[in-house]
Design a protein around this ligand. Sequence first.
Ligand SMILES: Nc1ncnc2c1ncn2[C@@H]1O[C@H](COP(=O)(O)OP(=O)(O)OP(=O)(O)O)[C@@H](O)[C@H]1O
Ligand SMILES: [Mg+2]
Length: 599
Amino acid sequence: MQQTIKLLNKTVSDLIAAGEVVDRPLSVVKELVENSIDAGASSIVIEIRKGGKEYIRVTDNGSGIPEKQVHMAFQRHATSKIQRAEDLGYIETLGFRGEALASISSVSKMEVITKTKENQTGSKTVIHGGETIEHISTGCPDGTTMIVRDLFFNTPARLKFMKSDSAESSAVIDFAAQMALAYPEIRIRMISNGNILFSTRGTGDRRKVIMTLSGNDPSMKLLPLEITEGNIYVSGYISGPGESKASRKGQIYFVNGRAISSKILEKAVDSAYSDRLFEGRFPIIYLFLEISPSEIDVNIHPNKREVRFNDEKTLTSVLTGGIKEALTVKEAVPDMDINGGPHVFQTQDNGPDREMVADQVDIKTILSSYRHEAEKIKEEIAEYKVGYGNKEPRETIHIEKYTEVKPFDFAQIQVTGSIFGSYITATDHDNFYLIDQHAAHERIIFEKLMAQFNGKLKVKQPIMIPSTFSADPAISENDEKWISILDALGFSVEDFGPGTYIIKEIPMFLSLSEAEKFVKDFLDTYSENTDISQPEQIKKITGTACKSAVKANDHLTEEEIEGLMETLSKCENPFSCPHGRPTFIKFSKTDIEKRFGRT
Ligand SMILES: Nc1ncnc2c1ncn2[C@@H]1O[C@H](COP(=O)(O)OP(=O)(O)OP(=O)(O)O)[C@@H](O)[C@H]1O
Ligand SMILES: [Mg+2]
């Protein structure tokens, strides 16, 4: 049967197009909040009911829409943000497609109340499924309120795909929290089912926003990050090596004020933490990147969550280098968590596991504690009028927890002794440290070997009675490859008959037994598939081999300890072994005093 090809009518094509922009309450909130930011708002209230399925309200104090243009704002491809094709190469606003309001209004019952400063009166317009039902002039405050009711009332298929109220509201709340972090200069208040979940002050201080959102969670220890390089500016907060998560859930990336997901940025972060965290653990990252709009392309996907960078290589190296540097401050030494953490002084075993504590630093969990707080102020909320109530709800927690970040100063550290033949004890003015001898030694050997590898001069010592070892056939088949790497690391190894090798020279700083163990472990980790042109792979194998080379439980003399600390202080990264285990654990004087009930 011949099918006739016909143009779809406008209602149907609008519904299809809307599906690309709006797929759940989160996308509605995102579009509305982005519009408020583009309108220059300094205060935004986000309110949802039933996860946003029943009701979404975004109120701002931005520019407002002139009454005559409200109708136009809801047309598809109508925007005030760009005009010409060239503008697409230089997008400075969050919106630019002119799609959002048209899409949202075609799949919901919408109401917009808006007024510009210049006009005495504002307007109220009601649009159901894309049809204007009512339009009147009305008195209202400057700014815009957008209300979206009964999302997807006319697209039952979409409606079915929405998740539970709590899943939808979590997504919205997470987004609101992210926006609050990205825009500390805007007051952002999040209300769900009548409860104020959080309210930021809009003072521009991002640390305060983190505190507001984290509810003074003591495990939320973050280091500030600030990098300026050419036309790249990065700011934000990152976790030290003591905090990590089992997934990337604690990571948010913003580029020019836009929340994005980016493999490039994730990879740059991973490589900065590569020798500080165990594999499979992820740092907490709040990263805000400012880059010239001409250096990026945001017009890749309709949901605008992807960005393409013109110069990925420079960006990656700037970011990795900057994070590595930020991790070398005093605060990057993992702290002793007095409620649990490394179980050094733990008398009972029921304290929360440190990893678990770190995992709980999750905005959702943080916010759930907020819900509790919000319960208590319900009466106040009842008086809070939509948008511009005259009674301010109580502000949430504002505790200044951050101290000034100073570079870690080894010169201030006084060694006091050692315990169990394994840990060095030391103090500075206000902290007590335990230093893991083994981890420290591993770090030192690793950095020295890598320095030999990367440098021209190899400091080798011949050994009196050359030592022999054998290798698997698969490994010995292409022995010139690994012999050349060992040579670069400072070992002279020669073929000594089928499958047998002889070590003639070893690096100056290794003992014979350390060198023998290193070579053995190096070959155990090396495989036919190792790509020796990849420095990262060499680093990894070398790191692993260092582990067994170093003896644990070795009583060191006072001079040896001093020597170890001195060499450690010269390391590029003295705070963790090559596998990410900490070399230091810090107990602050205050923590110790708390333990003794003195404070
Ligand atoms: N809260 C607001 N305050 C002031 N003007 C607004 C607001 N929301 C929307 N507008 C106006 O309505 C226009 C259409 O908004 P819409 O979100 O549909 O498109 P956009 O923001 O231009 O592009 P995008 O589809 O990428 O979001 C905007 O260009 C802006 O001029
Ligand atoms: Mg928009």
